[in-house]
Every structure is written in structure tokens, then in C-alpha cells.
Design a protein around this ligand. Structure first.
Ligand code: MEV
Length: 321
């Protein structure tokens, strides 16, 4: 049996980092998807080949050891934790195309995790519901990163535009019948989500009276943004993104490169722009209801930009007997 599964990356529109403290966030699935293929191995090993990143490894299921000489083998931890949920340890070959910039705040690890859990469970004829895939994937992110909200894994599982309350059980699909045209700009520097979440936690522990109100303000922005999105109030959406960016700066996750892209986008006509995801490198999102062309060209002069659409489709499984 051969099984393929894919799952989308995401871009957070509002509320990253605050979501770790039980605050709401709004995110959209994007049209970039990670793909995972599983088939029986001719050996008794669990072999992983991340094709687009050139990472190969072998997982010892019993000891949990990852054997790989790739310097970027960290991503294999997500595969190990994922298969532990839904596999018995028999020999399989897992082929992966991540297709989403790693560490770009675009949910690449969640997309790989969701697609791996979906593909390996289907290979083992375990019929998981979407909520079970989302739950397992969140547990995997927690096991690898130590600290993570269910946001990335939820949006990757369900797709669409999601308002996430305090946990994966409180998700609301925001049903809108218009587009939210955005440009995602990404730098060559990469943020480590686990470390960035930890750095915000430390800043909050050191300055609780200052940082807790920042997190509370992000919550207010997200609530107001939900209304603005439902009303398609473009000006308000843009302004709220700009304020949210300032507060992410206060949390310490901004960088010179991200800041520069944020202002480049605004100067090129974006209605609003901000860091998306964990920051510290990674990506920005620019809201461009007036057209994305100028913003893409302006960002491309120094960094990389991609057009993103909402992906209404979440995790998708194809079984080939
Ligand atoms: C990362 O894409 C979003 C963060 O809020 C972390 C998380 O929610 O797990 C920074």
C-alpha cells in the first residue's frame, strides 16, 4: 500500500505569541502545502527522505534514536514523534517535500507533522478524524518544541480562515465570501519558534507588569480584527495589523530585516503589514486589497516575496493500493 497526504502552511494575521498565553488568534491556511508519501520498505527500517531539503535519516523506533548525518536533521524529530502516535515500528519509507520555507513562521513543521500523521495512520488503516489529527499533531509540536499553541496544527488540519480561542476545541471558521489578498515577505534568516516563544516567556517573567498588558492589548486587537474582517473593513484591518506589529516589537521578536520589509510593504501601498508567526527572522505579511504587484516588486528588490491565497482545503489523504 502507498499513501500520500498533504497539509497547508499558514500565515497568522493577528495574535501570534499572545496565543501561547490562551489569547485568541486569527490565521489563514495558505496555498503552499507539505506532502508526505508512505510505502512499505524493503528493509525493516523506518527511512525518511526529505527530498526538497536533501535530508535523509533512519529512525530506530524502539530506542527513539535518529540516525542522520545531516546538520539539519532536527526536523526528523517531528517525524519520529508523529509516527510514534500511529505506527507499530514496521519498516516503511517516508518521502517528504516540505515546500514551505522552514523557520519562516509559515507553519512548515506543523504542515509536515499533520501530513505525516495523516499519511502514516492511513497507511496503517487507522481512520483518524480531523480533530484527532489536530490533537496528535499539537502533542507532537509540544514534545519537540516544549512550548506551542495548537494554532499551527489546527489551521494546517482544517484549512480556511480560523479564529482560534484558547485551545483547539474552540476554533471558529470565519466564513467570508471575499479574498484577503496578502503578500508574504521572507528573509534568509530563520527564527527558531521554540526559542522565540521561550524568549517572550522570559521577558514576561522579568517584566510581568509591562509584558502582560502588551499581551492583553494583542488580545483586544485580535477581537477587533475579527469584527473588521467579518465586515471587510479594509482600513481597520490594515491599521490593526500595524498596531499588532508594534506590540510584537515590544515582545522582542522583531528584527532589522523584518522591520525593513514591513515598512517597504507599507510604502509600496500595503494597507497594513506586520511580522507573521514567531518572528526573529522568518516572515512578514502585508495586506494588499489595492493589489499585490507593487508590494511584491518592492520586497523582491532586497528579500523574497510570495503571493498567498487562502487555502480552503486542510489535510488531504490519497490512498493508492
Ligand atoms: C508560531 O507560528 C506562532 C507562535 O504564536 C507560537 C505558537 O503559537 O505556537 C509564535
Amino acid at each position: 500500500m502507498q499513501v500520500k497526504a498533504s497539509a497547508p502552511g499558514k500565515a497568522i494575521l493577528f495574535g501570534e505569541h499572545a496565543v501561547v498565553y490562551g489569547k485568541p488568534a486569527i490565521a489563514m491556511a495558505i496555498s503552499k502545502r507539505s506532502c508526505v508519501e508512505v510505502l512499505e520498505s524493503s528493509t525493516s527500517n523506518i527511512n525518511v527522505n526529505i527530498k526538497d531539503l536533501g535530508i535523509k535519516g533512519c529512525i530506530d523506533f524502539n530506542s527513539g534514536a535518529i540516525i542522520s548525518d545531516s546538520p539539519k536533521k532536527g526536523i526528523l524529530k517531528y517525524i519520529l514523534e508523529s509516527i510514534k502516535k500511529v505506527h507499530d515500528g514496521s519498516g516503511i519509507d517516508i518521502g517528504i517535500d516540505v515546500n514551505i520555507p522552514i523557520g519562516g513562521g509559515l507553519g512548515s513543521s506543523a504542515a509536515v507533522t499533520v501530513a505525516t500523521i495523516a499519511a502514516v495512520s492511513a497507511y496503517n488503516e487507522i481512520d483518524l478524524k480531523e480533530e484527532e489529527i489536530a490533537k496528535y499533531a499539537h502533542e507532537v509540536e509540544l514534545a519537540v518544541q516544549k512550548s506551542a499553541s495548537p494554532l499551527d496544527t489546527t489551521i494546517s488540519t482544517y484549512g480556511g480562515l480560523i479564529y482560534l480561542e484558547t485551545n483547539a476545541e474552540d476554533i471558529v471558521q470565519l466564513d467570508i465570501d471575499y479574498d484577503i489578498p496578502v503578500v508574504i515577505g521572507y528573509t534568509d534568516t530563520r527564527g527558531d519558534t521554540g526559542k522565540l516563544v521561550e524568549s517572550v516567556r522570559i521577558r514576561r517573567d522579568v517584566y510581568p507588569d509591562i509584558i502582560n498588558p502588551v499581551i492583553d492589548s494583542i488580545e483586544l486587537i485580535t477581537e477587533e480584527a475579527k469584527q473588521a474582517i467579518l465586515e471587510n473593513d479594509k482600513k481597520r484591518i490594515g491599521e490593526l495589523m500595524n498596531i499588532n506589529h508594534g506590540l510584537l516589537d515590544a515582545l522582542g521578536v522583531n528584527t532589522k530585516e523584518l522591520s525593513s520589509m514591513v515598512y517597504t510593504a507599507r510604502n509600496a501601498g500595503a494597507c497594513g503589514s506586520k511580522i507573521t508567526g514567531a518572528g526573529g527572522g522568518g516572515s512578514i505579511i502585508a495586506y494588499c486589497p489595492g493589489g499585490t504587484g507593487n508590494v511584491i516588486s518592492a520586497i523582491n528588490e532586497t528579500e523574497n516575496a510570495l503571493n498567498a491565497d487562502i487555502s480552503k482545503e486542510g489535510v488531504k489523504i490519497t490512498t493508492l493500493h
